[in-house]
Ligand binder design. Structure first.
Ligand code: UDX
Ligand code: UDX
Length: 460
């Protein structure tokens, strides 16, 4: 076997672990990068042409590195033994049971992983927290790791991931910054340097920020909380706009051109989704409460509450405008992924919208270019009254209404005249992303309901 300068291991071949390691392998050809997972099927797919996740550019990076210095395996014990640096990116979902249910992070996978590391290690290692973890988790993990009776030293470093789905490869290659948090001790500093050195293969030194361990852990939660807060802030203004005649996109532009505020993350929507925002904020709220910081906790909890309100408001408006009943009406959902350019549906607003419509006995046709497999799993308990149809033209046929839920570019370019002709009249479009040309749709004959703008209806 070719000898490598260093052996890097990542435990957890998910949305974070897979792309991050592929990019490290691409940029650090002298390192061997191994990715392991307990899920055999996932590893089988990472080793095939049918990768388990869709990310633009990812297949190319994997093709260039797999079998050379990037490897996917289920042999966790062997991989731990061989590794110098272990990134841990197993999932840390919100707890569904016991104390802190619905709020705190479920750290059982992290803890199991720590025990596995102790069991299979024969040399000292750097352990990198890649998963988003509550502040002070490193301390707990360290206690578990240091309690090993083999005399081994494990230096715990926090290196949170800021990549966004759909642009993961680009975000990794052109990161705004990389954060490395370590103990302020000589061994901590040395470990931080080793991790920084990996990223310095492709990122300028100024982009690699080193902090203490706790700042790094907390920065990740704060970054996600701030991003989500911007969306809830703009969404909070949408009902007011709909009632007054103000237009949310004009407001977002007017406000966002103030360089102190900035224009990003001000796109009003049906509500944010994804595996991180809600989970991380609830986690932050839980931590604050555990320190009796209820004012801080309430402040951030409101970001999630506002988001739930926005999603609920969207479906209520649909039912109301469809003459207060959707029973047996065919409704096409354009998009099911939590955002464009990903097949991921975790916490997608579309799940909630679909479930509400099904409760109201609608016939729901779900269309999405990448997320139908996940949609089938999310709605597995609802076999009846759902049709999955990738082709948006077929999805809309005979439908009374379309609800656009994911901002896929392809929906902008459809022939809406043709779609209108194939639909039941009066035909409705509820644009949960303000993606479409509303006046054009109105001219065609649709009754159009955007987010945060007055409706364009032929029925008034
Ligand atoms: C996960 C966390 O959800 C997130 O909080 C963190 O920031 C990064 O890691 P993600 O990569 O999106 O994010 O999760 P997921 O796609 O579910 O991947 C986690 C992988 O870990 C799964 O493939 C799972 O099979 C694997 N895993 C889990 C293990 O290999 N071992 C375990 O003990 C548990
Ligand atoms: C987020 C963070 O951006 C990333 O830094 C972190 O590592 C993981 O969590 P992600 O969940 O992949 O990334 O997607 P993101 O682009 O942040 O979008 C999250 C949700 O907010 C999506 O549902 C998106 O549609 C929505 N959104 C985003 C809006 O509704 N309006 C906006 O202006 C931006």
């Amino acid at each position: 076997m070719k000898s490598f300068k260093k052996n890097i291991l990542c435990i957890g071949a998910g949305y974070v672990g897979g792309p991050t390691m592929a990019v490290i392998a691409l940029k650090c050809p002298e390192y061997r990068v191994m990715v392991v997972d307990i899920n055999f099927e996932k590893i089988r797919r990472w080793n095939s042409d049918d990768l388990p996740i869709y990310e633009p550019g990812l297949a190319e990076v994997v093709a260039a590195t797999r079998g050379k210095n990037l490897f996917f395996s289920t042999e966790i014990a062997k991989a731990i033994d061989e590794a110098d640096i272990i990134f841990v990116s197993v999932n840390t979902p919100t707890k569904t049971f016991g104390h802190g249910a619905g709020m705190a992070s479920d750290l059982q996978y992290w803890e199991q992983t720590a025990f596995q590391i102790i069991e299979h290690s024969r040399t000292d290692k750097i352990i990198v927290e890649k998963s988003t973890l509550p502040v002070k988790t490193a301390q707990a993990m360290e206690r578990i790791l240091q309690a090993n009776d083999k005399g081994l030293r494990f230096e715990v470093v926090s290196n949170p991931e800021f990549l966004s789905e759909g642009t993961a490869v680009k975000d990794l290659l052109e990161a705004d910054r990389v954060l490395v948090g370590a103990h302020e001790t000589p061994s901590g500093r040395q470990a931080a340097e080793e991790i920084a050195e990996i990223y310095s293969h492709w990122l300028a030194k100024e982009k690699i920020i080193t902090t203490n361990l706790w700042s790094s852990e907390l920065s990740k939660l704060v970054a996600n909380a701030f991003l989500a807060q911007r969306i809830s802030s703009i969404n909070s203004m949408t009902p007011l706009c709909e009632l007054t005649g103000a237009r949310i996109d004009e407001i977002a532009y007017a406000v966002g051109t103030d360089s102190r505020i900035g224009g990003k993350f001000l796109q009003a929507s049906v509500g944010f989704g994804g595996s991180c925002f809600k989970k991380d904020i609830l986690n932050l709220v839980y931590i604050c409460r555990s320190f009796h910081l209820h004012e801080t906790a309430d402040y951030w909890e409101q970001v999630v509450k506002l988001n739930d309100y926005q999603i609920g408001r969207f479906v209520r408006a649909m039912v109301q405008n469809l003459f207060n009943t959707v029973a047996n009406k065919r409704i096409a959902l354009f998009g099911f992924a939590f955002k464009a350019n990903t097949g991921d549906t975790r916490e997608s607003a579309a799940i909630y919208v679909a479930r509400k419509l099904l409760e109201e006995r609608a016939l729901v046709v779900i269309s999405d270019p990448k997320a139908l497999d996940n949609a089938r799993i999310d709605l597995a308990d609802h076999q009846e009254r759902i049709v999955f149809e990738e082709d948006p033209y077929l999805a809309a046929q005979n439908a009374q209404a379309i609800a656009l839920l994911t901002e896929w570019e392809l929906y902008r370019g459809l022939d809406y005249r043709k779609i209108f002709q194939s639909m039941k009249k009066p035909a409705f479009i509820f644009d949960g992303r303000n993606l479409l040309n509303h006046s054009e749709l109105y001219e065609i004959g649709f009754n159009v309901f955007p987010i945060g703008k007055p409706a364009l209806s032929h029925l008034d």
